[in-house]
Design a protein around this ligand. Structure first.
Ligand code: NAD
Length: 365
């Protein structure tokens, strides 16, 4: 029985966690860790970028490894289009906690296809909130992004949770959708005295699962580290990385904070236990989840090339308007509140991505 002391919904002996976006990169890794920790789960996904097959792999692992939790139900649903179906699902299953991960997440695409991002991220989250309110769900864990921070950190080094988040400074439409989502969720928490954790993830990398079968699932990759690893492995023929240059950083390229997806999944499972112990006392927390360290784009490309013994050209790319030169997490709060610290190194992230890109699951994508 997982660590959880709040009253569990009637008729059950252990908590049930509903996970939206469960078939995605973070979702599959989180569901695997939830099952390992003994939680039962209901998954919700429209499989637009996620892998239904990944959830079937999880079901198999659950049996083969005798994991103590189980997948009670796998529901294919678009959360932006099926608000009543979502409400009915929450009313029927009465999840003790909702982990809301479903979203569209590609920055460049978000600026071009605003309507799609508005529907998926803003309307989708409003529908999740409505369903939680009607079904009287008490706990929610949300995945926001470091991209909500703009400008310079107050302390000049790394972003803290109370640093300025200003919609007028949003560097892209994706970040703006997450700012609106954060506001809507906080309003729900205040009005209904529920429990809310808003996580601001920094840059995720690596792969998880017993054989690293839960990896980054966008092809061709749109994020830096998977692009660098795939290119160094020779999987992206003719690939050339356009690196934004001329910024005020140690080598002129952007500095970002990279964290292993398994460390993120561990944090989310710890948060389920944390909220489960609140026992009716409202909590509203914003938590940065990153490594606490920054690497430049050039350093990431160099590390991937060196560790994988492959190389590819890098040329000068444009700096986006409102681009933050440096986005590094201050992770003091995650440590103080949850006892969480990332366990994986940059080398682990690169090597695990290499295993993922060389593995059977990736070949079948
Ligand atoms: N990957 C990162 O580096 C990163 C960084 C910061 C924040 N995040 C946040 O973490 C969360 C998970 O991201 P990810 O990397 O796993 O992305 P992902 O694309 O792999 O997963 C998103 C999942 O949501 C599903 N989905 C999307 N729209 C949906 C809808 N309307 N209805 C139902 N399901 C829908 C997709 O099919 C997919 O399975 C997102 O909210 C994202 O904003 C990710």
């Amino acid at each position: 029985m997982p660590s959880y002391s709040s009253p569990i919904s009637e008729g059950r002996t252990k908590p049930l966690i509903a996970v939206t976006g469960a078939a995605g990169y973070v979702g599959l890794n989180t569901c695997y860790k939830l099952l390992q920790a003994g939680y039962d789960i209901v998954t919700v996904d429209n499989y637009s970028t996620g892998r239904e097959d990944g959830l079937n792999q999880l079901r198999k692992l659950q049996e083969e490894l005798h994991l103590p939790g189980k997948i009670v139900m796998m529901v294919k649903m678009d959360i932006s289009e099926n608000k009543n179906k979502l409400r009915n699902l929450f009313k029927d299953t009465r999840p003790d906690t909702v982990i809301h991960l479903a979203a569209k997440i590609v920055v460049e695409q978000s600026d071009k296809e605003r309507t799609m991002y508005y529907r998926n991220n803003i309307i989708g989250t409003k529908n999740v909130i409505r369903a939680m309110r009607i079904a009287n769900v008490k706990n929610c864990i949300f995945s926001s992004t470091a991209a909500v921070y703009g400008g310079q950190p107050k302390n000049g080094l790394s972003f803290q949770e109370d640093d300025v988040v200003d919609k007028n400074m949003a560097s892209n439409y994706y970040a703006l959708t997450k700012m609106y989502d954060e506001d809507s969720l906080r309003k729900w928490q205040e009005e209904y005295s529920t429990n809310l954790i808003i996580n601001r993830f920094f840059n995720l990398a690596g792969a998880g699962g017993p054989n690293k079968e839960f990896g980054y699932n966008v092809w061709p990759p749109t994020h830096l580290m998977p692009s660098a690893v795939a290119a160094a492995m020779g999987l992206l023929s003719g690939f050339e990385y356009k690196c934004p240059m001329g910024l005020n950083t140690r080598d002129g390229s952007t500095i970002r904070d990279y964290v292993h997806v398994e460390d993120i999944a561990d944090a989310l499972v710890t948060e389920v236990g944390y909220l489960g112990k609140r026992n009716g006392v409202g909590a509203s927390e914003i938590i940065n989840l990153g490594s606490g360290e920054g690497q430049t784009t050039k350093e990431i490309v160099g590390s991937a090339a060196e560790l994988i013994s492959g190389d590819f050209p890098m040329t000068k790319g444009k700096v986006r308007p409102n681009e933050s030169p440096s986005l590094v997490a201050n992770i003091t709060k995650a440590n103080a509140l949850l006892g969480w610290n990332p366990k994986h190194s940059l080398t682990d992230m690169i090597m695990d991505l290499q295993i993922w890109f060389g593995g059977e699951t990736f070949k079948d994508l």
